[in-house]
Design a protein. Structure first.
Lengths: 114, 112
């Protein structure tokens, strides 16, 4: 079946603008994660959704960052008033929600803030 | 596309040799570990996993070793091939949560 998809693949924006990044998880996956990956670095956890539970937002770096998920499907990550330090690849992953199962990653959205 | 791992530690191996990539994890309460491979411009791809009640797990050409005493994880790749060139990340799951902590990554270069 189809894997995790993300859109857009690339986004260039001006400092101060808002951006929305989209993630379509694998159908049936109840768990959904957002990560940030700066150039040459590892993955930084941002937020986690699991079914109808309250999301774990502990990784969001500031109140400019927010994310929503509609049921067990699409998720959007919104960054308001973008700053140059927000430039990174934003990766989405989905999983079965079971305790010991892998996450499946999308290709990421590369965000460049000018 | 996005270039991953410009400033990461690099391991260079000859094609056909075995590779060992190491990872020190952070939390003694972590109960599940995964190795991922990330090629330039792509998302991480699952390689192999291991639960904390195991010391070793083998897959096709890959073996993961877990040493809980020193909080160390390693990935062994047998007969390394050019297609193995990528950045490799370890990830740990903290027990009782669904949160994963990723290591900083190691770039593997396979020399022909």
């Amino acid at each position: 079946g189809a894997g995790v998809s993300q859109s857009p693949s690339n986004k260039v924006t001006e400092k101060g603008k808002d951006v929305e990044l989209r993630c379509d998880p694998i159908s049936g996956h109840t768990a959904l994660y957002w990560y940030r990956q700066r150039l040459g670095q590892g993955l930084e956890f941002l937020i986690y959704f699991q079914g109808n539970s309250a999301p774990d937002k502990s990784g969001l770096p500031s109140d400019r960052f927010s994310a929503e998920r509609t049921g067990e499907s699409v998720s959007t990550l919104t960054i308001q008033r973008t700053q140059q330090e927000d430039s990174a690849v934003y990766l989405c992953a989905s999983g079965s929600g079971l305790a010991y199962n892998e996450q499946f990653f999308g290709p990421g959205t590369r965000l460049t803030v000018l | 596309g996005e270039s991953v791992g410009l400033h990461l530690p690099t391991l260079s191996v000859q094609e056909g040799d075995n590779s060992i990539i190491n990872c020190a994890y952070s939390n003694s309460a972590s109960d599940y570990f995964i190795w991922y491979k990330q090629e330039s411009g792509k998302g991480p791809q699952f390689i192999i996993d291991i639960r904390s009640n195991m010391d070793k797990r083998q897959g096709q050409r890959v073996t993961v070793l877990l040493n809980k005493t020193v909080k160390h994880l390693s990935l062994q790749i047998a007969a390394t091939q050019p297609g193995d060139s990528a950045v490799y990340f370890c990830a740990e799951k903290v027990a009782g949560t669904y949160k994963y902590i990723f290591g900083t990554g190691t770039r593997l270069k396979v020399l022909a």
